[in-house]
Design a protein around this ligand. Structure first.
Ligand SMILES: Nc1ncnc2c1ncn2[C@@H]1O[C@H](COP(=O)(O)OP(=O)(O)OP(=O)(O)O)[C@@H](O)[C@H]1O
Ligand SMILES: [Mg+2]
Length: 409
């Protein structure tokens, strides 16, 4: 279960560090997903389009060349600049879409949206398996702006190799449509515990190729996920919600990311205002702070509950998003994958709390001083040489953190 915490629309127009720009989270909740979206999120799509389209600067040319470099499949994207050919995402006809919107077709449900299986009839009459996202009506929330934001990030990234292929939008703020690349997420594979790599091999036998041992599979997934995030960054987008449930293990596409609902666009400024959407297990420490608001001791926050009445707020720090947000989340994701005792969501959640509360965010200290010898098996991360990279990716200080594009596995 994912919880979204939010501030009211009227309050979202203030700067994030104001007392009202906070959210209340009872951290006894299993998994919290914090949503403190930007005041400017209600900026309309045409506005952002104009910003990007009218940019005649080096940055626009750079963006165009990145698009050219990554547009392996969509020829039209090669002429993205300056004529805007291929700029807008395809508009799909709702009448060409069959959505299995019952329980059996539902593949994901968030606080603001639901994902369903479906079929899209293409111009040449073929039926393509798709996944569609439909945003829900949420009283008091401008969900339409969330739709526009995700649509915009998907549009920018639709030819990016590390992302689930975006096919377009159908209806008026009705459906976002992606190719169904295979439904197994890294989260699903992790649910297999010790069998995680067996699950991964089952989901993507061709993509994993000759990787047969656990170490080879771990490295193949780490490399591929790193490359996917780096490709997203190459398009000036920060994903901001990198975590196992948003990582698809696709046999046709490799390790790709989905869920661009939280993405920030460095070029247009969309989502760049310092409020944050993050999952506190994977979110970079500079994105949020934890403030005690109720009774009990702060220690109760970290799994050592002193009082049932303890309550805490997760508060956005207002830090402007950077690519290093995703670096931290990548490191946490690979820590979970690489250490068998951390593969359950409960275990990685506890580990994150301990790393922050007991070790000031220092993962090396946490391993050396907090982890009980013999309980965790470090052989995979040590044997593959990944430990050092994971530790540098999760460095609590952004200035000392390894960036995704320089991380090597
Ligand atoms: N292109 C795709 N191909 C296959 N499966 C997909 C694809 N896109 C999404 N999915 C599946 O749907 C699930 C939900 O998608 P997504 O993460 O975009 O939405 P969500 O997590 O429900 O939204 P929210 O972030 O609001 O909670 C994913 O975890 C994955 O299982
Ligand atoms: Mg998701």
């Amino acid at each position: 279960m994912i919880y979204h915490f939010f501030i009211a629309q009227s309050q979202r127009r203030r700067r994030p560090l104001s007392p009202s720009a906070s959210i209340r989270a009872r951290l006894s909740t299993k998994s919290s997903h914090v949503d403190m979206r930007a005041a400017q999120r209600s900026a309309t799509a045409p506005c952002a389009l104009a910003t990007r389209a009218n940019a005649t600067s080096t940055s626009a040319r750079r963006c165009a060349s990145v698009m050219r470099a990554t547009a392996s499949e969509d020829e039209t994207l090669r002429s993205f600049d300056p004529d805007m050919v291929g700029y807008l995402a395809p508009e799909l006809l709702v009448s060409n879409l069959t959505v299995r919107d019952g329980d059996d077709g539902c593949v994901g449900k968030g606080a603001f949206s639901q994902c369903f299986l479906g079929t899209l009839r293409t111009d040449d009459g073929a039926d393509v398996d798709v996944v569609v996202k439909r945003y829900l009506e949420v009283p008091g929330r401008d969900v339409g702006s969330f739709y526009d934001d995700e649509w915009d990030a998907c549009r920018v990234l639709r030819a990016c190799p590390g992302v689930a292929p975006f096919l377009g939008a159908a209806g008026v703020q009705q459906y976002l449509v992606w190719e169904n690349v295979g439904l197994v997420t890294l989260e699903n594979a992790l649910e297999g515990g010790d069998d995680v790599f067996q699950e991964a091999r089952r989901a993507m036998p061709n993509a994993l190729g000759s990787a047969s041992t656990d170490a080879e599979c771990f490295l193949a997934i780490a490399k591929s996920l790193t490359a996917s995030i780096a490709a997203i960054h190459g398009n000036d987008i920060i994903h901001r919600d990198v975590k196992p449930s948003n990582v698809l293990l696709s046999d046709t596409r490799g390790v790709v990311l989905c869920d661009l609902g939280a993405a920030a666009d460095v070029e247009t400024g969309r989502g760049m205002d310092g409020e944050a959407i993050f999952d506190p297990i994977y979110g970079a420490p500079e994105q949020f702070e934890i403030v005690q608001t109720g009774g009990g001791m702060l220690g109760g926050l970290f799994g050592r509950k002193n009082s049932e009445k303890s309550s805490f707020e997760l508060r956005a720090t207002g830090e402007t998003p950077t690519f290093l947000f995703d670096a931290f989340s990548l490191g946490m994701t690979l820590l979970r994958l690489g250490v068998p005792s951390l593969r359950s969501e409960t275990a990685i959640s506890q580990a994150r709390k301990d790393i922050d509360a007991l070790c000031g965010g220092d993962i090396v200290r946490w391993r050396n001083e907090i982890c009980v010898a013999g309980v965790n098996d470090w052989s995979l991360v040590d044997g593959t040489g990944a430990w050092d990279t994971i530790a540098r990716l999760t460095h609590p200080l952004p200035s000392a953190r390894l960036s995704v594009d320089t991380a090597e596995f």
